[in-house]
Every structure is written in structure tokens, then in C-alpha cells.
Design a protein around this ligand. Structure first.
Ligand code: DOR
Ligand code: ZN
Ligand code: ZN
Length: 439
């Protein structure tokens, strides 16, 4: 274990804009930021050409452990994440078994403490009858409700149960918002179709809108803390805007920003099949605007790995979901280089946004006293994303062949280097993320 690291004359973004200073890290924390630090450090990083940014916090991933570890596990997922500049994650409860009790939550945290290279915490999954577990479990990312069913067996869509959870919840409620009844009806209409384009007709904009309206009404009435996962439609954004509730936050995934229908279904087929689906261009444009005008709080990958064999089954037999934890930062940095976004915006959406939304303690900023979760990036590094380079057990990416400019070069978790170029330092383990009061 390295006890202290000094970043010599490193550039980073601060509240004063881009500055070049020395940053001293000791015992996992940032302890000093000054123009010229004389103090001795065990390790010195002198990389004037690189930029330092807070480690990416990805608050929506599926690492499949326990239960489907042939797709991913709490070792492979965090390793892929570290390579992508991600230093912390929140993982979803749709594992096998689903994470629906405090005891199962403890099991998962224990697994992560033994296997994960980066920092971790987890959502507890809501069922119709586990309200006591939801209320009593401590220090979790939040409560996750699948109001429409997706991968796994979790589903709560009856009004009575939803009302009870919203009224009583003492923590943030994150939702997968698609109306189950509408989806079921559409499934009847498109029964027998093997055309992946029908994914959009089955998981329609209407299904998302009906469910989101229902959830906004509940949040308004109960004043609970609602977080709507992976927004996909202009319609929902407009509705959320109309409600203008201070207790509601939202997220969007890179794939919903960068891919659009019908092109993705032509070129990628079932590889682009995810829930809720990738929609037409005007939705994508609205999501980008929603981020820019601060209507959307953050970017989360919804890293949902399935193997290529599973994904190449014909529609509707392929599972929904795609991996994304390794490619999110390079894709966003590429957009910075293209002049579409600023680096400030990317840091706001991928580091500061999650901190504010979930009330994560001591992370997301390069500031004295904060955890030394840091990424060295080379903003000008040109590279090509490819299935071959993928570290996730999924073994593929929807962005295969995409040319990127900008990449993580080294990743530090609690002051320890876990990744550098192609090397991993595997004796390092992440820590449980501390989440403050959410409601
Ligand atoms: O496409 C999806 N895949 N959407 C979800 O909500 C779940 C996820 C998964 O776990 O595979
Ligand atoms: Zn979801
Ligand atoms: Zn998800």
C-alpha cells in the first residue's frame, strides 16, 4: 500500500477554472492543494501533459453477482470500470437472488469487499411485502422499484404497494419507469414478431409516459425523494418540466444519448435492444438539451452485460441490456473534443451530479478533505473502441469500431493506483460508499 502520493504540477478543474497545482494525497484523502508542495511523498506523479479529474461515479450498473456471474461479477465489473476511469458504483438489486433484505444486502457488500477494485454500494429492491426491510436497511444507495418488469423477477406495480412505499420510504426511491399493463397489451399486439424494430412498439413512449406521470403524482403527493432512472423520451422530459418538483431527479445513459432509432436496430439488431429502448433522434436531441439545461441531473451507464451468444438470439428471445462502464468516459471525452460539451459539464454529470443526487459523502471533487478517488486523463489520446479490448465479461460493446479522442490513463481509488495503461494492481480493494440522509 502506498501511503502518500504527490501529483506534481497537475492540471485540474477547480471552482476557479482550470488550475495547475500540486496535489498531495495521504492515507486515501486529498490533504493539500498548493502551487508547490515541499513535503515528502512515497510516490510522485509528474505528468504535466495529463489532466486530473475526480473519479467517475456510476450510480446505475448491473454486475450480476450473485447468480449470473457468467455475464459479470463483482471482480470483472469493477475491473472494467477502473479501466474506464470509474472509481465508485451503485449496483442494482436484480441479481439472483434479488437483493430484497438487509441480510442479502450484507452478503453483497461482503462479496464486494473481497472482490471489487473500486468503491461500492447497492440498491435494495422493493417487493410488495418487504417494506420493513426497505425502511430498516442502513447505508444503501436507495430503494429500487421496477414499476415495469425488465431483466429479473422484481416488479411492483399495484397502486396500494406503491403508495405504501412512497409514503413510508426514508431513503431515495429509484425507479425503472415503464407501465407494465401497457407493455403487456403491446406484447399481445406484436405477439409472434421477430422484428427487433417492434421493441419500440412494445416498450412504447406511451408506456414510459404513463408510468412516469403516475410516479410524479406519487412523488408530489407524498413528497418522497424520487429518482427516475434512464430517461428516454422528450415526452417524459416535458412532463417532468411541467411538474417542476424539487424532490425529483433524473438520469440518462450514454447509449440513449449517442444511438438512435431506427439506425441502431438496422446496424446492431438485438445488441441495441435495451429497456427502456433507444428511441428516435428527436428524443435523443431532447435528452442532450435536458442535460445542458440541468433538467437531467447525471449520466449513469446502466451497464447491463449479457454475453454475445445470449444477445444474438432472435428477437424477442434476446435479453435486454448492453454493457457500458468502460466506454462512458471515453465517449463523453470525445464529445468534449468535438466541442459538443465542456469538460466542466462532463465532470458535473459524471462526478458531482451523482454526489448531489444521492448525498454521497466526501467524493466527486478535487478538494482538501475529500477521498482521493482520481483519474488521470489524456484528453488527446486517440483510440478505437473494440469488442476485443473489452474487459467486461460481456465481451462486446455497441460502440465497436468507434473512434475516440480522450481516455483514462490511470485510476486511483482511495489514493491507491488500481489501473495504469494496461496494468491492474489487484491487491487493492475498494470501500463501501457512505451515503448521507436522503429524505
Ligand atoms: O435493458 C435493461 N437491462 N434494462 C433493465 O432495466 C435491466 C437491465 C438488465 O439487468 O439486464
Ligand atoms: Zn432499468
Ligand atoms: Zn438498469
Amino acid at each position: 500500500m502506498i501511503e502518500s502520493t504527490l501529483f506534481k504540477g497537475i492540471s485540474f478543474l477547480s471552482s476557479q477554472g482550470q488550475v495547475q497545482q500540486d496535489v498531495l494525497v495521504k492515507d486515501g484523502k486529498i490533504v493539500l492543494i498548493e502551487p508547490s508542495i515541499k513535503e515528502h511523498a512515497e510516490q510522485i506523479i509528474n505528468e504535466p501533459g495529463l489532466l486530473l479529474m475526480p473519479g467517475v461515479i456510476d450510480p446505475h450498473v448491473h454486475f450480476r453477482d450473485p447468480g449470473a456471474t457468467h455475464k459479470e461479477d463483482l471482480y470483472s465489473g469493477p475491473k472494467a470500470a477502473a479501466a474506464g476511469g470509474v472509481t465508485s458504483f451503485f449496483e442494482m438489486p436484480n441479481t439472483k437472488p434479488s437483493t430484497t433484505t438487509a441480510a442479502l444486502m450484507d452478503d453483497k457488500k461482503k462479496l464486494a469487499s473481497q472482490k471489487s477494485l473500486i468503491n461500492y454500494n447497492f440498491f435494495i429492491g422493493a417487493t410488495e411485502d418487504n417494506i420493513d426491510e426497505l425502511l430498516n436497511v442502513e447505508n444503501v444507495a436507495g430503494i429500487k422499484i421496477y414499476v415495469g418488469s425488465s431483466t429479473g423477477s422484481l416488479l411492483v406495480d399495484d397502486s396500494e404497494s406503491l403508495q405504501r412505499i412512497f409514503e413510508k420510504a426514508n431513503k431515495l426511491i429509484a425507479v425503472h419507469s415503464e407501465d407494465e399493463a401497457t407493455i403487456k397489451r403491446n406484447l399481445e399486439t406484436y405477439r409472434g414478431s421477430s422484428d427487433v424494430h417492434d421493441h419500440l412498439n412494445i416498450r412504447s413512449t406511451e408506456a414510459a409516459l404513463i408510468c412516469t406521470k403516475r410516479l410524479l403524482e406519487l412523488a408530489k403527493r407524498t413528497q418522497s425523494r424520487l429518482h427516475i432512472c434512464h430517461l428516454t423520451s422528450k415526452d417524459e422530459l416535458d412532463l417532468i418540466n411541467d411538474y417542476a418538483l424539487k424532490n425529483v431527479t433524473t438520469e440518462v445513459s450514454p447509449q440513449h444519448l449517442l444511438l438512435n432509432a431506427p439506425d441502431c436496430y438496422e446496424s446492431l439488431g438485438t445488441l441495441s435492444q435495451i429497456n427502456p429502448p433507444i428511441r428516435e433522434r428527436y428524443h435523443t436531441d431532447a435528452l442532450i438539451n435536458g442535460l445542458k439545461n440541468e433538467q437531467i441531473s447525471l449520466i449513469a451507464t446502466d451497464h447491463a452485460p449479457h454475453t454475445l451468444d445470449e444477445k444474438l438470439k432472435q428477437f424477442p428471445n434476446a435479453p435486454s441490456g448492453m454493457p457500458g462502464i468502460e466506454t462512458s468516459l471515453p465517449l463523453l471525452l470525445t464529445l468534449v473534443n468535438k466541442g459538443r460539451f465542456s469538460l466542466e459539464q462532463v465532470i458535473k454529470w459524471m462526478c458531482e451530479g451523482p454526489v448531489a443526487c444521492f448525498n454521497i459523502q466526501n467524493k466527486g471533487y478535487i478538494k482538501v478533505g475529500y477521498d482521493a478517488d482520481l483519474v488521470l486523463i489524456d484528453l488527446k489520446k486517440k483510440h478505437q473502441l473494440s469488442n476485443k479490448k473489452t474487459l467486461s465479461k460481456a465481451g462486446w460493446t455497441a460502440f465497436d469500431g468507434w473512434n475516440c479522442e480522450g481516455s483514462s490513463v490511470a485510476t486511483f481509488v482511495n489514493g491507491q493506483m488500481v489501473f495504469r495503461e494496461n496494468d491492474f494492481f489487484e491487491d487493492i480493494k475498494g470501500k463501501e460508499i457512505f451515503v448521507g440522509l436522503q429524505r
